[in-house]
Write a protein that binds this ligand. Structure first.
Ligand SMILES: [Mg+2]
Length: 122
């Protein structure tokens, strides 16, 4: 069975690029434009891994991390927090709030593959 990834980002372009890479790695991909949408998706079906943006309308990345901590999901997805170079200060906060790894945007296939391996996915 293929692994599943939920891409959470308010940028349609980022979602499209990430989807392209993940599908090439044989992932089943779902998308959400903000944390609220992502939470709703996770309540239906928990993905193996989530790529999580920081700045989003409605519900940000950190708010999402806190929300899933208080949500009785059937399993706990791995979470790779996506940041930009000037978002360095966010990394510690994201890890403290429960993110498993982080990745700098824009990322390429090799970098993403490395991070997915680090959280235990191939
Ligand atoms: Mg954003």
């Amino acid at each position: 069975m293929s692994k599943s990834c939920l891409i959470v980002d308010d940028s349609k372009v980022i979602r499209k690029v990430a989807r392209h890479i993940l599908e090439a790695l044989n992932y089943t991909v779902d998308e959400a434009a903000d944390g609220r949408e992502a939470l709703d998706t996770c309540r239906q079906n928990v993905p193996d891994v989530i790529l999580l943006d920081w700045n989003m309308p409605v519900m940000s990345g950190i708010e999402f991390l806190r929300a899933i901590d208080n949500d009785p999901l059937s399993s706990r997805p791995k979470i790779v927090f996506c940041t930009t170079e000037n978002g360095n200060a966010h990394i510690k906060a994201a890890i403290d709030a429960g993110a498993d790894e982080y990745i700098m945007k824009p990322f390429d296939r090799e970098t993403l593959q490395t991070k997915l391996a680090l959280v235990g996915l191939g």
